[in-house]
Design a binder for this molecule. Sequence first.
Ligand code: CP
Ligand code: NVA
Length: 314
Amino acid sequence: MKRDLRRLLDLAREDIEWVIRTASRLKAERKSGRSSKPLEGMSLGMIFQKPSTRTRVSFEVGMVQLGGHAVVLSGDQIQMSRGETVADSARIFSRYLNALAIRTFAQEQVDELAAMADIPVINMLTDKYHPCQVLADLFTIYEKWGSLEGVKVAYVGDGNNMANSWLNAAGMMGFDLCLATPKGYEPDQDTIDSALKMAMDSGATIELMNDPKKAVAAANVVYTDTWVSMGQDQEAKKRLEDFNGWQVDQALVSLAADDAVVMHCLPAHRGEEISAEVLDGERSVVWEQAENRLHAQKAILILLIREDAKTLFQ
Ligand code: CP
Ligand code: NVA
């Protein structure tokens, strides 16, 4: 049975732990010049309906490092842009590729592609979720703290695809999450509800609030993301006004734990959601975080493409 990564909830908690462990191993292998090629001769298709720097390069290079290769398809250059259905496209891609990744607007498009394709489908970002990013972020936190247990994450800013993905992650993995957004910019209610429900089993403490100072108090990780996501450019002026006072700056970070790190999925907007001083400062781990996309995604690709992934990397 093929597996997809349409959203983080497609994985089990043990899968996420495996991805973190395997990412760590693949990173160490790469640094020491050793490398295995578990995806030799395999091909990944990547459809982009929105721009990308990190995701595109890290997936493409990741496939090559694993012995395979990637075919990058710009949304406006494939026949889907001229009306070929998602279902027909999914059938075609399944005949050529070993996995298909897509960055698009509607989550439903990923869901439909996954339902129609015989190969694993990976969500490389939708308006709703960014599961590959949050998996790399969990790996980054694990590298720093050695565990997710007992770690408090404060997310400050827009209740967007990253906020939804953090809710998924906390609910599943059982760490503490304080999520602060301005009123009217909360994450999606269905995602909040499912995270709170999962928290009853996982032991996560999930709090939603409209006070950034309260959210970051004693936090080990201070996380933020852009105030204007892709596809929201027409709302930019209003959003910049509504988020006034919500910048992650030195004063805010000083309220976090003494050894707190600052994370941002990037691209960052210095002087908007984060000050230059913080982004470029000593607590920032954003460059390591960006590198970790590469290793976490290699683990994701192996997990989804190789049925024997867990025997291969125990
Ligand atoms: N963080 C992230 O997904 O970056 P890109 O938009 O550059 O892929
Ligand atoms: N929330 C941002 C994330 C970019 C990686 C966006 O969707 O544009």
